[in-house]
Design a protein around this ligand. Structure first.
Ligand code: ADP
Ligand code: MG
Length: 250
């Protein structure tokens, strides 16, 4: 499943039968990056092959878990991909070039997709934090370290995906902390460092497949974070810095 509005990505190409066009609005990406905009005009079936995996002409239905979510078996969407192996080069490099990425913000209410009911709650960042992400940071599933307030630093998995509630023009960032908390922590400051990338968003044919993928993501994150190159960030001074409300960057 995909947490956090980790709507475990869905490339919902299923209804694209007619010529269409869409554009992503300009996204402001902080001091050093100019605002950029991307426009794609696709005509006919051939153009569909060039669409990014997260493209959807319609918002996907809200589904619990990671971005993407579940795609009906009868659709023409790409088949669910359960094969292990390295993520596609372009997405992996779009992710890795920005890592490690430090980020901090208040925990806000999400979309109520039932992530918590599935045992995988995802703490959502506010729009402001998401808007400050590098615009070319790949959507998909990442891992790293997280701390709530001045609490202990825990392993986490994180989903960066397109937010269906904004017609897929805005990203959402949701963190599942691999720890059992006694209480919710809405309103607290969540600090994270993203250190690695697992995979792009993708489609799932059933809720079970989605849940299973998220569980695999969690296990992969746990393994990777024990490696010295990731473990070292657990002790980073960032987690002991006086809290500012919002912070993004390296
Ligand atoms: P929402 O749709 O409001 O984000 P979720 O079902 O995704 O609701 O639950 C997320 C909330 O659960 C977080 O904002 C946080 O307060 C709480 N929570 C409890 N344990 C965790 C955890 N291990 N990781 C993330 N959030 C957690
Ligand atoms: Mg959530």
């Amino acid at each position: 499943m995909s947490y956090c509005g980790f709507f475990w990505v869905s490339g919902v190409r299923r209804f694209c039968r007619a010529p269409f066009s869409y554009s992503l609005p300009a996204v402001t990406v902080g001091r050093e990056c100019p605002a950029v905009s991307a426009r794609l005009v696709a005509r006919g079936p051939r153009a569909l092959q060039n669409l990014p995996p997260s493209f959807s002409p319609f918002p996907p239905p809200p589904t619990p878990g990671w971005p993407g979510g579940i795609v009906a078996l009868s659709s023409t969407a790409a088949p669910p991909d359960s094969s292990p192996g390295p993520p596609p080069e372009s997405e992996a490099s779009g992710a890795m070039k920005h890592l490690p990425y430090f980020c901090r913000g208040e925990v806000v209410r999400g979309f109520g997709r039932g992530s918590k009911q599935l045992g995988i709650p995802t703490a959502n960042f506010p729009e402001q934090v998401v808007d400050n992400l590098p615009s070319d940071l790949s959507t998909g599933i990442y891992y790293g370290w997280a701390s709530v307030g001045d609490g202990a630093v825990h392993k986490m998995v994180l989903s960066i995906g397109w937010n269906p509630y904004y017609k897929n023009t805005k990203k959402s960032v949701e963190t599942h902390i691999i720890h059992t908390f006694k209480e919710d922590f809405y309103g607290e400051i969540l600090s994270i460092v993203i250190t690695g990338y697992i995979r792009p968003e993708k489609n799932f044919s059933s809720l079970d497949a989605l849940i299973s993928a998220i569980q695999d993501d969690i296990e992969e994150a746990k393994r990777q974070l024990d490696l010295p190159e990731h473990l070292k960030f657990k002790e980073d001074n960032f987690f002991h810095m006086p809290e500012s409300k919002i912070m993004n960057g390296h």
